[in-house]
Ligand binder design. Structure first.
Ligand code: SIN
Length: 485
């Protein structure tokens, strides 16, 4: 792993109870841009996952009894270390995940921002007093940590998706076990190294790396000592995990798939809309659950918007994320690129037209060309499915009510975007969209202060913001009686 200034950030073992834990076998971590094996990492399984849960359980009383200030101090140390090592963490992330280096460093700052946010927010876990039903009673509400939190996190944001969950859990007084995606364990292990340097005590933050998704997932979702399970990933896998959590009635929060509409009305600032569409669609080569998935453009501006979008997207450079000036890195795997190509090909067969890109790129089998398609309808495969790749399907519409109905015609309800200037329309559309997040004249909506999450089959719970702590807290009602004078 060239170019890493602090080689101690490269770890090959699971981090359990404050120790680096080797397993009998290893698995390969591959650079998706080159196909090179960049590291071999311990292949933990069921036994190690159970050990991590046991360690988190053992550390729970010690951690939850610390004051919010003490926890905030340690989280703040962790945040500082992440920012001090932003360059190395970004490089590790690009090497294992593929996104361009500038974007990877941006993800480190994004992940660290959750740690900083929750370090502060943990001090504001306020309770309540409620007027009682009779003079001799008082009703008091306190909030307490739920307990051990288990999580499974995805490869598309190997740092930020862990930070967003772990920071909220730790700030609330919970202990934490994560199984990061097998494609991207190195970012998670580097975070563990920095958590240790920050002084976060043994057992509070545990990382188990392994390729047995099924076996490890069963432990994390079914272990009686896990009080809450949180997952970011596909809706299909999320449904299975929710079902597994049922046997022990765990608290669950799920951040699942999306099919984000991006609507451009006749009265929009077209240049701003083009800029927003490029930012929201082509970030991480289209591999985010909030990426624009369907672009709806009103008849009167479709020509101008399409021409300007095509010019902007044609200027994007595709290649190895470590090379200067690259905007689009590889997809995570050949099968991911092939999957996108299949959606494109099937939609062309159904009548769509490719006006830019439309194929695997000569940069390599994992690279998909930034693509624009027109003549698309809402029922074509490229619109009906979550693309998770750098393709913009453009759908023409005439009326406001028509586009709201088309935008909502999806089982998903995560992110949505629209560009308009008329204030009445802005309220009507914002309220009419069945999505947990709405970008209004804005293509990048994610930040630590905002509640990230979805409706319908895009999941439940919110991450980040003052609401992000709620999923990690139990509400307890204290009824004080016998207060007669
Ligand atoms: C995701 O794709 O899961 C998260 C994207 C974001 O946080 O912006």
């Amino acid at each position: 792993m060239q170019g890493i200034q602090d080689p101690k950030l490269i770890k090959h073992f699971s981090y359990i109870n404050g120790s680096w834990h080797s397993s009998e076998t290893e698995f390969d971590v591959t650079n998706p841009a080159t196909g090179d094996v960049i590291a071999k990492v311990s292949n933990a399984g069921i036994a190690e996952t159970e050990l991590a849960v046991k360690s988190a359980k053992a550390a729970l009383a010690m951690w939850s009894e610390k004051s919010a200030n003490e926890r905030a101090h340690l989280l703040r140390n962790w945040f500082n270390l992440m920012m001090q090592h932003q360059d190395d963490l970004g490089r590790i992330l690009t090497l294992e995940q593929g996104k361009p280096l500038a974007e990877a460093k941006g993800e480190i700052a994004y992940g660290a921002a959750f740690i900083e946010w929750f370090a502060e927010e943990g001090k504001r876990v306020y309770g309540d007093t409620i007027p009682g039903p009779s003079a001799d009673k008082r009703i008091i509400v306190i909030k307490q940590p739920v307990g051990v939190v288990a999580s499974i996190t995805p490869w598309n944001f190997p740092n930020a998706m862990i930070a967003r969950k772990a920071a909220a859990a730790l700030a609330a007084g919970c202990t934490f076990v994560v199984r990061p995606a097998a494609q991207t364990p190195l970012s998670a292990l580097a975070m563990a190294e920095l958590a240790e340097r920050a002084g976060i005590p043994a057992g509070v933050f545990n990382v188990v790396t392994g390729d047995d998704a099924h076996g490890m997932g069963e432990v994390l979702t079914q272990h009686p000592d896990v009080a809450k399970f949180t997952f970011t990933g596909s809706t299909a896998v999320g449904k299975l995990l929710i079902a597994q959590c049922a046997s022990t009635v765990k608290k669950v929060s799920m951040e699942l798939g999306g099919n984000a509409p991006f609507i451009v009305f006749d009265d929009a600032d077209i240049d701003a809309a083009v800029q927003g569409a490029v930012a929201s669609k082509y970030r991480n080569a289209g591999q985010t659950c909030v990426c624009t998935n369907r672009i709806f453009v009103q008849q009167g501006v479709i020509k101008e918007f399409t021409e300007k979008l095509t010019a902007s997207v044609a200027a994007l450079n595709i290649g190895n994320g470590l090379t200067d000036g690259i905007n689009i890195g590889p997809m995570i795997s050949k099968s991911a690129a092939d999957g996108v190509n299949k959606l494109v090909t099937e939609s062309v067969a159904a009548g769509a037209k490719i006006i830019l890109g439309g194929n695997i790129d000569q940069a390599g089998e994992n690279f998909y060309q930034p693509t624009i398609m027109t003549n698309v309808t809402n029922d074509m495969p490229i619109a009906a499915n979550e693309i998770f790749g750098p393709v913009s399907p453009i759908i023409c519409f005439t009326y406001e009510a028509e586009v709201i109905a088309m935008a909502n015609d999806s089982p998903y309800g995560l992110a949505s975007y629209f560009y308009a200037r008329d204030i009445g329309r802005i309220w009507r559309v914002a309220e009419g969209l069945e999505y947990g997040m709405v970008g209004i004249n804005e293509g990048i909506i994610s930040n630590a202060a905002a509640p990230f999450g979805g409706m319908k089959q895009s999941g439940n719970g919110r991450e980040g913001s003052k609401y992000g702590l709620d999923d990690y807290l139990e509400i307890k009602y204290l009824c004080m009686g016998g207060l007669d004078k």
